[in-house]
Design a protein around this ligand. Structure first.
Ligand SMILES: Nc1nc2c(c(=O)[nH]1)N[C@H]1C(S)=C(S)[C@@H](COP(=O)(O)O)O[C@H]1N2
Ligand SMILES: [Mo]
Length: 393
């Protein structure tokens, strides 16, 4: 293995991973995954001593839902992620807003498509299920994701559903329709302490089409749970989660002169708009720009020396990057990240970097992509930085 190029090593790993996945699905008992550390030559023969925690973050419940309605949350634990298992298990996918107790999914569910269409539609949930097809693996991130909660408002799933463009074709859009207002069931019995009820969004049609937006009916091969937006939720690949309306029951085809919805306004700054425009047409696509963050710091003992390996993810953006750079304090120079593999912008990819801090002390880990004209405003602003304290060098 030592002589093989990175490329064949990678392919071999992928093959191994799929073989393992196949075999382990047949054999009961603990699942064994291939060693995700095998690429890191510097650590060969070493022993993993443990992980070093990030500092300045909150002890929050990870992987368990808490709270109700608009204040209900579940944070995904990103710290254990490995490239061989990039998909978040169904029960661990993040939740931002839990289903209202007023939502009754036992009643037949209908999606109404009307407004500027030749053929208004009323599609039942079972009709939509029949139309559903695999839609691929996509990441969702809440625009309100943050360090305090270990960036746990972000997950990846394999989705199935119905493309909006197919529904639009069926409804025969009139020439004057430039946008679609997508809304879902949003009635709650208790007022929220953190957000406004009423999630709906006005999208220019060409943005929905170019993003490949779809109405999801299932996630990771199983029906959506009600907290995940069952029976029907919007997914706009590459956009922040706030645009991915849950419990969708209505799509209205409209012109381009619509007011911005309360959800668009609430999320204006977090989706990097200029101010809070009053009209929907003045909103830029709420896309996730290139981002990267560390997810864990492993401590290793190699040939009698302590070494650290920083493992992280990168996601967002619309172009592949050539290089990722890392810095361990503002006064240190950037170094190229040892190893990163990005084959797609969606979902996330993985990187890792061997780090030998010179002195014990506090560090702030910052990543950058120096590739004009690519913009990565949140990354550049230090939004995804993480801090740690190293006691042994
Ligand atoms: N109807 C409705 N849809 C909604 C919301 C909401 O409050 N109501 N929250 C949005 C936000 S802010 C995010 S980040 C995603 C979260 O989806 P998830 O809970 O399945 O992760 O749903 C979006 N869709
Ligand atoms: Mo969100």
């Amino acid at each position: 293995m030592a002589n093989s190029t990175k490329h064949t090593l990678r392919r071999r790993e992928l093959l191994q991973a799929s073989l393992f996945a196949f075999v382990s699905s047949m054999i009961p008992g603990p699942i064994v995954y291939p060693d995700s550390d095998s690429e890191t030559k510097q650590l060969r023969g070493g022993r993993k001593l443990g992980v070093v925690p990030f500092t300045g973050e909150f002890p929050v419940p990870m992987g368990t839902p808490f709270g109700t309605g608009l204040d209900g949350r579940m944070y995904s634990d990103l710290s254990q992620l490995v490239p061989e298992k990039p998909i978040t298990p169904r029960g661990e996918f993040y939740i931002r807003t839990r289903a209202s107790e007023l939502l009754d999914t036992r009643d037949p569910w209908y999606l109404r498509v009307n407004g500027l269409v030749e053929r208004p539609l009323v599609l039942s949930h079972s009709e939509l299920l029949r139309m559903a097809e695999p839609m691929g693996v996509h990441l969702m991130e809440c625009a309100g994701n943050e360090r305090r909660i270990h960036f746990g408002l972000m997950s990846v799933a394999s989705w199935a559903g119905v493309r909006l463009s197919d529904i639009f074709k069926e409804a025969k859009i009139k020439p004057g329709a430039g946008s679609a207002l997508v809304s879902g069931f949003d009635k709650y019995s208790h007022p929220s302490v953190s957000s406004m009820p009423g999630a709906s969004w006005v999208f220019p049609l060409e943005e929905l089409n170019s993003a490949g937006a779809f109405l999801a009916t299932s996630m990771n091969g199983a029906p959506l749970t009600s907290d995940q937006g069952a029976p029907l939720r919007l997914l706009v690949p590459g956009w922040y989660g706030c645009a991915c309306i849950k419990w969708v029951n209505r799509i209205v085809l409209v012109d381009n002169e619509q007011p911005a919805t309360s959800q668009m306004q609430e999320y204006a700054s977090r989706t990097l708009q200029d101010g809070t425009p009053q009209l929907a047409k003045d909103y830029k696509a709420a896309v996730i720009e290139q981002a990267a963050t560390p997810i864990r710091i492993e401590k290793w003992l190699v040939a009698g020396r302590v070494n650290y390996r920083v493992v992280g993810i990168l996601w967002g953006g619309s172009r592949l990057i050539n290089a990722l750079q890392i810095r361990f304090n503002p006064d240190e120079p950037y170094a190229p990240v040892d190893s990163f593999h990005q084959t797609n912008n969606d979902p996330w990819s993985f990187w890792s970097h061997i780090w030998e801090p010179k002195t014990a002390g506090g560090y702030v880990i910052h990543l950058q992509v120096d590739q004009p004209p690519m913009v990565a405003r949140r990354l550049d602003a230090g939004y995804y930085d993480r801090s740690t304290y190293i006691s042994e060098v």
